[in-house]
Design a protein around this ligand. Structure first.
Ligand SMILES: Cc1ncc(COP(=O)(O)O)c(C=O)c1O
Length: 472
């Protein structure tokens, strides 16, 4: 890759080659006694020095790498994150939501959004997406639902939408952005699972498609190191303000290998990576057809809903979601068999589906092996005991305290079965997919407890509940 295409990665690599006596942190000094597996990345593990830049002060070469990323992802500006999309969600909501304000968000939001509400003292108003038939996963958020909620409660000034979801379901971001713009609310998009999409579709990231801010976990779907994320911001947000907020939720020693990998991954995707991703998706399409041709599986994608009108919903072509229920096999069991019998480790499973993340790092051979693994599952299906689909999630409990009051109040741990009527000080979000059945500040009711029992959640598990004032 030409060196000027990756300013940060190149600057750090050059510095690592200089015969310098490193009398600065990190303590490993980029050399022995580190084991070889760690030493290669540690060679680039610098601190803020002349020539290495400064993330939170926006100094080159970090800022140069960010500018190239903004261009590649079609955003007004880009800020590197070393704390994943989690850090980006905190910063984005801090930029849009004054303490005590209301936030409109998908109930199926990642726990980072729930934690952000506690940290920033936000009060939730939830959107409940429709469910895709058969797969029982979110059909995404519609612009109509956002409009209706904003008209119902004009105090709401910020909307958080997750697109794509963990299952690769994408909402119509430009249409939602048109609504939020019309009604004077900020739109923040949690695009944690969609960092690769601009290189597959040619369309910009969510911020470039109309959102005010969007976050992407480069580490999830691009060849970047764990916890590397990107925050994209419209030009309405002054860079110093954005950096103040990312710094508020980040370590003061951001990882240089992580930042270098963000720079390198973007350069790679603008070079050979884009073609490699498209190659992987083409092979995956053939694998999906082969899996779908087996009577026991359904593959999530546009072809799964020939009679259903799903306006605005699109699917990430690089995500493989296989519904296993027709084979009388639960998703967890299918994922277990894939790992134990074929050495295939899926990203996650739920009661009905197995989810695999496919990227440019997967060779055609890897993808064919994945297909063979699913094919072999077919033989297992007749042996499986009749599979009973768990109940649908219950309606959300009543909110008695704000998330912040609940999370930061004096709390005690009770077994779930004794917590009826108490106010939760933490979430109960069976993972995956990690959607809270009970969220902080909500009253624990019989519907939630019954549902948790039905899905086999251990009722002896402790839950933190708010201690009543007289016990405090
Ligand atoms: C939808 C969604 N948003 C945000 C996050 C947090 O991302 P990160 O791990 O990069 O902090 C995740 C993590 O799985 C996620 O699934």
């Amino acid at each position: 890759m030409p060196e000027d295409k990756t300013p940060l990665y190149t600057a750090l690599s050059r510095r690592a080659e200089e015969p310098l006596l490193r009398m600065h942190m990190p303590g490993h000094k980029g050399k022995a006694p580190l084991p070889p597996a760690l030493a290669a990345a540690a060679a680039l593990d610098f601190t803020e020095l002349p020539g290495t830049g400064n993330l939170y002060e926006g100094l080159p070469p970090v800022s140069e790498a960010e500018a190239l990323a903004a261009r590649a992802f079609g955003a007004d500006s880009c800020y590197f994150l070393t704390g994943g999309s989690t850090q980006g969600i905190y910063a984005a909501l801090a930029l849009c939501c004054p303490p005590g304000s209301r936030l409109l968000l998908d109930r199926g939001s990642h726990r980072a959004a729930y934690n952000a509400m506690a940290l920033l003292d936000l009060v939730p108003e939830y959107l409940y997406p429709a469910v895709l038939p058969g797969f029982r996963v979110s059909a995404g958020i519609t612009p109509e639902a956002v409009k209706e909620a904003l008209l119902r409660d004009p105090c709401i000034r910020c909307v958080l939408v997750t697109s794509p979801t963990y299952y690769g379901v994408c909402s119509d971001i430009p249409a939602i952005a048109a609504v939020t713009r019309e009604l004077g609310a900020f739109l923040v998009v949690d695009e944690a699972h969609g960092a690769h999409l601009p290189f597959l579709t040619g369309a910009p990231c969510a911020q470039g498609r109309g959102a005010d801010l969007s976050v992407a976990s480069a580490h999830k779907t691009l060849p970047a190191l764990g916890s590397g994320g990107l925050l994209f911001a419209s030009e309405a947000f002054p860079p110093e303000r954005v950096r103040t907020m990312t710094a508020l939720f980040g370590t003061s020693s951001p990882s240089y290998p992580v930042m270098a990998s963000l720079d390198w991954a973007r350069g790679y995707m603008e070079g050979p990576g884009g073609g490699e991703y498209r190659r992987a998706v083409r092979t995956l399409e053939a694998v999906k057809k082969e899996i779908q041709s087996r009577k026991i599986f359904s593959v999530l994608g546009p072809g799964a809903f020939p009679d259903n009108d799903l306006p605005g919903v699109t699917f990430d072509p690089a995500r493989l979601v296989v519904n296993t229920l027709k084979g009388n096999l639960g998703g967890f069991e299918a994922a277990r068999l894939l790992e134990e019998e074929h050495g295939i480790v899926c990203e996650m499973a739920d009661a009905s589906n197995v989810v695999c993340i496919v990227t440019c790092a997967d060779s055609d051979g890897d993808l064919l092996r994945l297909g063979r693994g699913f094919a072999a599952l077919e033989e297992k299906c007749p042996c499986a005991p009749p599979y009973r689909l768990p109940a649908s999630p219950p309606p959300p409990p009543a909110l008695r305290l704000s998330p912040r009051e609940a999370v930061f109040s004096a709390a005690e741990s009770l077994p779930l079965h004794s917590a009826l009527g108490k106010i939760a000080a933490e979430s109960v979000a069976p993972y995956p997919p990690g959607i809270p059945v009970i969220a902080p500040g909500e009253e624990i009711d019989k519907f939630g407890l019954n549902y948790l029992r039905q899905i086999g959640y251990n009722e002896d598990t402790g839950i933190l509940v708010v201690r009543r004032r007289k016990d405090a």
